[in-house]
Unconditional design. Structure first.
Length: 201
């Protein structure tokens, strides 16, 4: 995103986006079409909720999209769209945007009440060490909040890690850790169970 464009957009979003930094609010404007006015995401277009994520995690993912570390695999359709959006961001803009997103109101997802699936609970036990017992994420470990994320997004990312679509590049330290944590034998059925469990957390 170019700085002149940010200046033009500022007048359009100043009244609609709450932020301490008007330039950061303007920088978020292009993100709103997919991730929503308040970073709540849109399951219909496979855009995850991003509000209240760690700014360090958000900045790292934006740099990865920009630098081709994420979203460059031919099977990562949605990631490639994000890579295009991040292509022109410089490091100061990324840092500013990450802080803005992290400060947006916390999101909640309404899901139908259902009893926990024992197999999914057991499968999530391995995830808790990095993502927290309640899926809240651990900033010290650089892991994102995953509780409440849309099950389709979670399932897609798990398959991408398992299949090497994501987390295969040498520069992606945390992604490679995530990929290594998933056995190649992890079935699609288990992934779907795990994704439903995380969405309901």
């Amino acid at each position: 995103m170019t700085r002149p464009l940010c200046g033009i957009l500022l007048a359009l979003v100043a009244c609609n986006v709450t932020a301490a930094d008007p330039a950061a609010a303007a920088g978020y404007f292009p993100c709103r079409s997919c991730h929503g006015d308040q970073g709540q995401g849109s399951a219909a277009i496979h855009a995850p909720a991003i509000a209240r994520q760690s700014p360090a995690y958000l900045a790292r993912q934006l740099r990865h999209f920009r630098d081709g570390i994420r979203g460059g695999h031919p099977q990562d359709t949605y990631g490639s769209q994000m890579a295009l959006m991040a292509a022109n961001l410089d490091d100061p803009e990324i840092k500013q945007l990450a802080r803005h997103i992290a400060a947006l109101p916390a999101w909640t997802v309404a899901t139908a009440a259902a009893p926990p699936e024992p197999d999914a609970v057991a499968a999530y036990a391995a995830c808790a060490a990095c993502h927290g017992r309640s899926g809240e994420g651990l900033e010290v470990a650089g892991t994102p909040r995953i509780a409440g994320l849309d099950r389709r997004y979670i399932a897609t990312q798990l398959r991408h890690f398992r299949d090497g679509v994501r987390g295969a590049m040498e520069q992606d330290d945390t992604g490679r850790q995530m990929r290594a944590a998933l056995p190649d034998s992890l079935s699609d059925a288990t992934i779907e169970q795990l994704a439903r469990h995380i969405e309901r957390m």
